[in-house]
Design a protein around this ligand. Structure first.
Ligand code: AMP
Length: 487
């Protein structure tokens, strides 16, 4: 079944502009600000493993430390001590190999009319290339490839009287997804786009205020979760406390990313309000059991991300849950590897079967999503080699049919096996005895709150913000040939 919208053919560019999975963290009012930022980034490592940075402010000077790789490998004790001051922001970055240059690692820092400024961004701006060309035409010189730098230039070009005015003006010009933290000499600013695509939470640790992508960053330091930063909200945090601003007209409905619940956020986090991720993932599995039951002896997850859904499935189906695959936690996610050849190798590095669980049995294997299909194919081969009699693959989300423009790494549409292939063709490719996905409706019913509050474009191709023709052309999405065909 091809879910692609017949009215619109997307031709994805070969660039990696959309690959912007990230984490942000900020703290204001603690003398160990950098140390806590380090802890926060460590807890948020799952949101990006290619690079990280911390910038602190002592009220006069900024101190910055950045590197490529994992948080624990980048920052040493000496680095953290050097990052003095009671305010700091940090960022974890995902990017593909060609882009993991140090100059792209955030926070980005500049010194402009209002003093020092550092910015860290989670999300993707769909009109960034267009704004960038316009700014360059006015003489702006960019130092990175990142969307985020566009925001900095827009703030620098603004005629606003205050930094907040300039931030509002800049953010009113960008389209797409942003959960941002900014640091000035004396303030921490947090902003979330009016659709609220990516999560952003406010917390408190003693007298200090904290902002983080997910609440797991608060838990690690035993900070208190205060509330979600609302879509369209800008918080200015300084020694006097927190001031909230809502300068933008809200859209008809927010568009919080459904995939944060399906896969991306940590299961022990609460995101998008006070909603825990783990029970949502379990509910997705229970719903899947309702929709796609098959007689079997055992339900096993693809660890780690498939575990809660598999538990929900086993519970819903009344079939015993067991661990049939173990994961080597020290390899890193295979998805990070950009080369197909490495990727195939990566699955074997990462996962292995548990002897004795699968032999002679009818196995239901549950995963949260199927993207290219290469992971499932390898896994099913392993399960069969371990002696399973039948292997039934169940996916706790619908087919991934479209790339994300708002900050989740999805490959080009051509590489998405769910786009342009029937379920039977996919089943055949992954060599399962049966394959069933969760329905779009079933997934949305399992989400907390009302379902029209979610962006599910990767599963439905219904993008909450229509791209303008100019944006499509700029991004290389506009297929002139297809356009000619339909005229
Ligand atoms: P694939 O081999 O491309 O079908 O990979 C599917 C696996 O990748 C599933 O086990 C998912 O948990 C995982 N996955 C899905 N989306 C992402 C993503 N954006 N980043 C990293 N891993 C992902």
């Amino acid at each position: 079944m091809n879910h692609a919208n017949p009215h619109r053919r997307l031709v994805m560019p070969s660039s990696d502009k959309f690959h912007e999975e990230c984490a942000v963290f900020g703290i204001c009012g603690h003398r160990e600000a950098a140390n806590f930022t380090y802890l926060g980034l460590y807890a948020l490592q799952h949101r990006g493993q290619e690079g990280a940075g911390i910038v602190s402010s002592d009220g006069r000077n900024f101190h910055a430390e950045k590197g490529t790789g994992l948080v624990a490998d980048i920052f040493g004790k000496k680095d953290i001590r050097r990052l003095s001051g009671d305010k700091a922001i940090g960022h974890n970055r995902y990017s593909t190999a060609g882009e993991s240059l140090l100059r792209n690692v955030q926070p980005l820092t500049v010194n402009f009319a209002f003093g020092n400024l550092a910015v860290a961004h989670n999300g993707n701006l769909t009109n960034a290339p267009m704004l960038r060309s316009e700014l360059e035409a006015y003489g702006a010189i960019f130092q990175s490839d990142s969307d985020t730098e566009v925001i900095i230039h827009l703030m620098a070009h603004s005629r606003g009287d205050t930094l907040l005015d300039r931030a509002v003006e800049a953010l009113s010009l960008v389209r797409g997804a942003y959960s941002l933290v900014m640091l000035t000499d004396h303030e921490l600013i947090a902003a979330r786009d009016p659709y609220g695509f990516r999560p952003l939470c406010l917390g408190k640790f003693g007298d200090a205020w904290i902002v983080a992508s997910e609440t797991c960053a608060f838990d690690i330091m035993e900070a208190e979760f205060v509330r979600e930063i609302e879509p369209g909200e800008i918080l200015v945090i300084n020694d006097k406390g927190v001031t909230a601003h809502r300068p933008f007209t809200p859209p008809d409905a927010p568009a919080k990313c459904v995939f944060e619940y399906v896969y991306f956020a940590r299961p022990d986090s609460r995101i998008f309000g006070d909603h825990a991720v783990y029970p949502v993932r379990k509910a997705l599995g229970r719903q899947l059991a309702k929709e796609a039951h098959v007689p079997a002896d055992v339900v096993i997850p693809v660890p780690d991300s498939g575990v809660p859904a598999a538990m929900g499935y086993a519970e819903g189906a009344g079939i015993p849950f067991d661990i049939g695959l173990t994961r080597n936690h020290y390899v890193g996610r295979t998805f990070i590897e950009p080369e197909q050849a490495i990727r195939h190798f990566g699955v074997k590095l990462k996962l292995n079967v548990v002897p004795g669980v699968l032999s002679g049995r009818r196995v239901v294997v549950v995963d949260d999503s199927l993207v290219r299909g290469t992971t499932s194919r390898k896994i099913i081969k392993m399960i069969r080699n371990a002696g399973a009699r039948e292997v039934h693959l169940r996916i706790s989300s619908p087919p991934t049919v479209s790339p994300c423009f708002y900050g989740i790494d999805t490959p080009t549409q051509k590489e998405l096996i769910g786009s342009g292939h029937s379920i039977e063709e996919i089943r055949d490719y992954v060599t399962a005895d049966s394959l069933r996905y969760l329905s779009l409706e079933g997934m949305l019913n399992a989400m907390p709150g009302r379902d029209d509050h979610y962006c599910h474009a990767c599963f439905s191709e219904q993008y909450p913000i229509a791209l303008t023709k100019a944006e499509e052309i700029q991004l290389g999405l506009f297929d002139a040939d297809a356009h000619a065909d339909t005229r």
